[in-house]
Design a protein around this ligand. Structure first.
Ligand code: FES
Length: 202
């Protein structure tokens, strides 16, 4: 033992250091095992790869196969052939991808499709058809489009705004629609269409 102690002293590393070190190593190993288990659990909870989901779109249950990164806009346009909402920007600043989700105007390009499961999605297509909503009719009446690229987003935005503010003043309408841009500058006619609806019933 004396030899061992002197040997430990000579090397500058004694048994106590070793035991202390092994205890720390055991703690680190246990911690790593726990972290690995947590990571494994997290990995299994993450949806990866194409997944089949159901979306309630324009009053119908529609099935789409999406990846976790698929936006609502991509699912609408490329799987359901609902191309009214437009991919104009990546940050929602244009308002061209406006749709109603649970009645609220949101940008479909900023929403993940999987996040819309269990919600109601309404696109501009629901305002057209054989008996169009009064909003697109007012746009026609007031010649409120040029190239038309912004029009679907504006139509949905006007519908959402008037649903919430049916008696809106001119100033309120201007402020309420400021989330949508028109590169052709047709704002005056778009605002006039919305004002006419607020004044004449919508
Ligand atoms: S009509 Fe062309 S962007 Fe608005």
């Amino acid at each position: 033992m004396a030899t061992s102690r002197s040997s430990d002293s000579r090397s500058g590393f004694n048994r106590r250091d070793f035991l202390r070190g092994s205890g720390a190593a055991a703690v680190v190993t246990a911690l790593q095992t726990e972290l690995d288990a947590q990571q494994q659990a997290a990995d299994s909870a993450i949806v990866s790869g194409p997944t089949k989901i159901q979306l309630n779109v324009n009053g119908q249950t529609r099935e789409v196969v999406v990846e976790p990164r698929t936006t609502l806009l991509e699912a609408l346009r490329y799987q359901l052939d609902l191309t009214g909402a437009k991919p104009v920007c990546n940050d929602g600043s244009s308002g061209a991808a406006t749709v109603l989700v649970d009645g609220k105007p949101l940008q479909a390009n900023l929403l993940l499709a999987v996040a819309c499961v269990g919600k109601t999605v309404r696109t501009v297509e629901s305002l057209g058809g054989d008996t169009p909503d009064v909003v697109p009719l007012a746009f026609v009446e007031h010649d409120a489009e040029q190239c038309g690229f912004c029009t679907p987003g504006f139509v949905v935005a006007v519908r959402a705004f008037l649903d919430k503010n049916p008696q809106a003043t001119d100033a309120e309408i201007r402020a309420g629609l400021n989330g949508n841009l028109c590169r052709c500058g047709t704002y005056a006619n778009i605002i006039q269409a919305a004002i006419a609806l607020a004044k004449g019933g919508n």
